[in-house]
Design a protein around this ligand. Structure first.
Ligand code: F6R
Length: 601
């Protein structure tokens, strides 16, 4: 978590850093800070608790000027949310300034071994790192980069870091290093940048050099020097990221989430164009991938949160279309409680960001065990895509709102396409997906219906349920996550048949129960379950597909192939969550305590 950005060049740095931080705010937003050095013995450190907008206010009228600086937006790990714990952290004598993304696991041992005499100003692991750099520079007369490397050499193997350092004595230089936390170096005519996410610096450049684990770099306004883990200089060419800076703007939308919900039909079409040729044959999936899956006797889908929920839907495609048994696992559980595996497992990692630490831990483990793997992700060139044997993009475009929407539907679509490519489904998937895209747009265009539903069913309510069977049960858990994570209405997604085995006791007068009804085989049973909760006072809201719907149902979903109905059924849930959150006056894009990219375990 946490966002890092730095710049050294010929232009004023502060506006660039603040703009970059705004773009990175999705990674964490409990505090933010900036350090700017003007190169002629004047420097500025400003840190604020709260959003980047608070930091922006705090930097006004301070006469901050300079062409090199670093900045950070924080998601607290070690130490509470406060100004003193906000980054950049400064060494005691004010020489070094450091921002950090990650966790230093042995920070307390380092503190007790090396820093007994130093008065610490924060509760963070990051301050330990900057004080160590200062100590080694001073006591051992090391250069900034050597002191930086010495500090890094003391971190234990479980530590993760993306560091960005400035030294008052070398004001135009940025020092950076990474392990397990993403960092990119951007190169441009006007100067060079360091960032934890390219999206933050697209206004400066589209050309980035990837920093690999264990490497360090020294960056000036016109030079990037890269070093391997032994300090030997290496050369790496930049690659170009083909994202337009405007794609990461909200445009006319009040919130990113609404923009991203709206984009789903376009993403579905983009995926069709990318993965199907004119005749409906698969393209852009290497036969090595399909062959590797065909050799497997079991598929293991591993993911977290919404991506895990996308896996629950994808399981059906793999089992039905490839005939290969498929298990879906929560990454944080699998990582430390690996189940008994089949003889020839194939692993599929699903991730929007490609950086989720829980999933990375599993990938690390299974790579060591020699099992084949594929990552399906939105951010290509991310750790999970690089470290798996294969990678496929979901092409959803930047997803900025913390609540994942278009990445979910895009993951489900890519799972369907992959299963179709491996197996022999008896449908014309290209054609079916084209219908899905059309119907997605129909639902999206009826936003006001969901605004009304949210207001009538959820206003002043503290708890709610989503229920369904089969694929609807898989969508119900995602629907519930969407609602609870942004509106704070405690919501459970439930297999409808399971309610009567205990949870039905929570139903009281007015409890909203959203029922998803898109699966013919179980529709009658779910109708029964709706009646059972209604008889106990629940306010039921029935979202049913056209062929199953009855007269008084609350919303009729257009019909597409039943297996693809999750792609439609989830959209009302996303919009109901959005409007319920607006109704409560909350920040839709940035729910409390959360961050977009969960890079700590
Ligand atoms: C919820 C949400 C999270 C993520 C989860 C995994 O809306 O976005 O549950 O799905 O943190 O993240 P990725 O997909 O980046 O691995």
């Amino acid at each position: 978590m946490c966002g890092i950005v730095g710049y050294t060049g010929i232009n004023q740095v502060l506006p660039k850093l603040l703009k970059g931080l705004e773009k990175l705010e999705y990674r964490g937003y409990d505090s933010a800070g900036v350090y700017v050095n003007n190169g002629v013995n004047e420097d500025f450190l400003v840190r604020e608790q709260g959003r980047v907008s608070m930091l922006e206010l705090a930097t006004k009228n301070k006469g901050i000027s300079g062409t090199a600086g670093i900045a950070h937006t924080r998601w607290a790990t070690h130490g509470g949310v406060s100004v003193k714990n906000a980054h950049p952290h400064m060494s005691s004598d004010g020489r070094f300034y450091l921002v950090h993304n990650g966790v230093i696991e042995n920070y307390d041992v380092l503190r007790d071994t090396y820093l007994k005499d130093i008065k610490l100003n924060s509760e963070t692991d990051t301050e330990i790192a900057v004080q160590l750099i200062d100590k080694f520079a001073k006591e051992e007369e090391l250069s900034a980069v050597d002191a930086f490397r010495k500090m890094i050499s003391l971190l234990d193997e479980n530590s993760a870091y993306g560091f960005l350092l400035m030294d008052r004595q070398t004001p135009g230089l940025l020092y950076t290093a990474k392990k397990k936390s993403p960092l990119l170096i951007g190169v441009a005519e006007e100067g060079n940048v360091v960032t934890s996410d390219a999206a933050a610096m697209l206004d400066v450049t589209n050309d980035f050099i990837e920093l690999m684990d264990g490497e360090t770099a020294i960056i000036s306004k016109d030079k990037v020097s890269l070093f391997d883990e032994h300090g030997v200089e290496i050369v790496r060419e930049p690659f170009t990221i083909n994202i337009d800076a405007s794609e990461t703007d909200k445009g006319v939308y009040p919130y990113y989430m609404l923009k991203e919900v709206d984009e789903q039909a376009v993403v579905a079409r983009t995926l069709s164009q990318h993965y199907f040729d004119e005749e409906g044959h698969i393209k852009n999936i290497d036969s090595q991938i399909t062959e590797a899956i065909k050799k497997a006797d079991r598929i293991y889908i591993v993911a977290a949160g919404t991506s895990y929920h996308a896996g629950l839907v994808g399981k059906r495609y793999f089992e039905q279309w490839t005939g290969i048994p498929t298990e879906v696992h929560i990454a944080s559980e699998f990582a430390y409680d690996q189940p008994l595996l089949s003889n020839k497992p194939f692993f599929i990692f699903l991730s929007q960001s490609g950086e989720t630490a829980d999933s990375r831990e599993v990938l690390d483990n299974i790579v060591k065990q020699g099992y084949p793997s594929l990552t399906i992700a939105n951010v290509m060139n991310s750790t999970l895509t690089r470290e798996a044997d294969f990678a496929l993009p979901i092409l959803a475009g930047p997803e900025i709102a913390v609540a994942s929407t278009k990445a979910y539907t895009a993951q489900v679509i890519v799972e369907a396409i992959l299963a179709y490519a491996v197996g022999d489904a008896d449908i014309d998937l290209k054609h079916e997906l084209a219908r899905v895209a059309v119907e997605m747009q129909v639902i999206i265009d009826q936003k006001e219906v969901f605004n009304d539903i949210a207001k009538t069913a959820l206003h002043n309510r503290h708890s709610a349920f989503y229920i369904g069977r089969g694929l609807d049960a898989a969508v119900a858990v995602e629907a519930a996550l969407k609602l609870k994570e942004i509106s704070y209405v405690q919501t459970e997604g439930f297999a409808a048949g399971e309610l009567k085995h205990g949870t039905i006791s929570l139903i009281e007068e007015g409890t909203p129960v959203f029922a998803l009804l898109t699966q013919e085989k179980t529709a009658g049973l779910v109708r029964g379950e709706i009646a059972q909760v209604a008889a106990r006072g629940a306010k039921t809201i029935v979202l049913a597909s056209e062929s199953i719907a009855k007269e008084n149902d609350d919303y009729i979903l257009p019909n597409v192939n039943e297996l693809l109905m999750p792609l439609l059924a989830v959209i009302p849930a996303q919009l109901i969550a959005y409007y319920a959150t607006l109704d409560r006056g909350l920040d839709v894009d940035r729910p409390r305590n959360l961050a977009k990219s969960v890079t700590v375990q």
